[in-house]
Design a protein around this ligand. Structure first.
Ligand SMILES: [Zn+2]
Length: 174
């Protein structure tokens, strides 16, 4: 029996928003792990820049950067063209480079609600190993234009739970 931990790494933006987003994720994630018998618990953790957490193979880390120019994906040679083309995109996941990130300047007034939702959304991308095809047939937090009001829907939780066992082995040192 394992725990699933979702790390938010602070690279820019408001640290206070990250703290509040972590609190929200701590409320969301138990409803995910309860749907996967291989997991017994969950956690959400704020990581400061310059700190490298020890990730389990199944854990997820989402980098929170100030804006696209600070993209970790770009810095590691990936493309953020999707986000450049659509300013409603709050975050991106590069499934081959195994990097998930959220752009703080795109959150409405630094909303922790949107930040927690965007982190949940990007976690679903990396865990499902699906690009935009993930959005098909989804509602709530996981559709193409996500609604981060309220909480993840039951279907959102089922989807993430279904993919929770995937060993993504993400790099927490960026
Ligand atoms: Zn998406």
């Amino acid at each position: 029996m394992a725990d699933f931990t979702l790390y938010l790494k602070y690279k820019g933006g408001s640290r206070d928003s990250l703290e509040k987003a972590v609190t929200l994720l701590k409320a969301y994630l138990p409803k995910v792990v309860e749907k996967n018998a291989n997991f017994s618990g969950s956690n959400a953790v704020l990581v400061d820049d310059g700190t490298t957490p020890t990730l389990a193979e199944t854990d997820v880390i989402v980098y929170v950067v100030r804006n696209i120019s600070k993209s970790v994906i770009s810095a590691k040679g990936g493309s953020v063209a999707l986000a450049e083309a659509n300013e409603n995109v709050l975050g991106l996941t590069d499934i081959s480079k195994k990097i998930s990130e959220v752009y703080f300047d795109r959150l409405y007034e630094g909303s922790p609600k949107e930040l927690s939702g965007a982190a949940f959304h990007e976690a679903a991308h990396i865990k499902s190993n699906m690009d935009n095809s993930m959005h098909t047939g989804q509602d709530g937090f996981l559709k193409a234009s996500p609604d981060y009001n309220g909480s993840p829907t039951d279907d959102n939780n089922k989807f993430l739970a279904k993919h929770l066992d995937r060993k993504v082995t993400m790099n927490g040192s960026y």
